[in-house]
Design a protein around this ligand. Structure first.
Ligand code: NAD
Length: 244
């Protein structure tokens, strides 16, 4: 996979799956615009030569800020990885309207707004590739994640809808659906011995939790020309956990 000189915008790039993706894309030659609300995390990426933008993906003026950052990079936007997201939450009876709105605001509205901007840019440039980060909770039942699961289901549906509407403009849109991945989002839970030996891991055919690089490689494949005839797909990256 070669991303030589391609401009890739990656959200939630300061940690976890986003950071592993930014590092992998950079190693394959991409020029990265890394977006995150965590300024300290971004500074490590800036030290490695990436352009950075400290912003919240829920900012309605984010597309303008991104346009301002990629203009001096001197090329079309080729790849968008919509990775920023928040987890957590409870069952429906423990989920307030505000909790639900927060999951949708970050995981869906922020992603939608940036994708809409990217589609406009990619259309004008004759094509591009978008990868959205969903979750296996988009398709399998999970306890205690009502707002999160609903938001990730929306991400998978939106991925198919965008792929349908903009394929004829040369734009491919895919998603990854990670299983349990060891990142700052999940680290606290995973580090306990109980979790390491939990039913979650036991039910995983590959008998381990995933690592950010596992997901980054799948994102890179879907974003790359190697996947030129794949669009509208949501690829599970879960060690086989959610297999029917
Ligand atoms: P993480 O918390 O380790 O990293 C997420 C990054 O996104 C952080 O740097 C954070 O600052 C940034 N971020 C969060 N909200 C933001 C916002 N509103 N604006 C800008 N930046 C924001 O999370 P992760 O585990 O790497 O998760 C990345 C994506 O993968 C998320 O969409 C998550 O839902 C999804 N996912 C993770 C797992 C898992 O087990 N870790 C499983 C399925 C899906």
């Amino acid at each position: 996979m070669n991303f030589d000189n391609k401009i890739a915008v990656i959200t939630g790039a300061a940690a976890g799956i986003g950071r592993a993706t930014a590092d992998l894309f950079a190693a394959r030659g991409a020029r990265i615009l890394a977006i995150d609300r965590d300024a300290d995390g971004l500074s490590a990426l800036a030290d490695r030569g990436m352009a950075t933008l400290c912003a919240d993906v829920t900012d309605s003026d984010l597309p303008e800020a991104v346009a301002g950052k990629i203009a001096p990079m001197g090329g079309p936007l080729s790849i968008l990885v919509n990775n920023a997201g928040i987890g957590g939450g409870g069952r429906m009876l423990e989920t307030s309207d505000d909790d639900l709105r927060r999951h949708f605001e970050v995981n869906v509205v922020g992603l939608f707004r940036l994708a809409r901007f990217a589609v406009g840019e990619m259309k004008a440039a004759g094509g591009g590739s978008i990868v959205n980060v969903a979750s296996i909770y988009a398709e399998v039942g999970a306890t205690g994640s009502a707002g999160y699961s609903a938001s990730k289901g929306a991400v998978a549906a939106l991925t198919r809808q965008m792929a349908t509407d903009y394929g004829h403009d040369g734009i491919r849109v895919n998603a990854v659906a990670p299983g349990l991945i060891e990142t700052p989002l999940t680290a606290e839970r995973i580090r306990t011995e109980a979790w390491r030996h939990s039913i979650f891991v036991k039910q995983c055919p590959l008998q381990r939790v995933g690592q950010p690089d596992d997901v980054a490689r799948a994102i890179a494949f879907l974003a790359s020309d190697e996947a030129e005839f794949i669009s509208g797909e949501t690829l599970r990256v879960d060690g086989g956990w959610a297999m029917g």
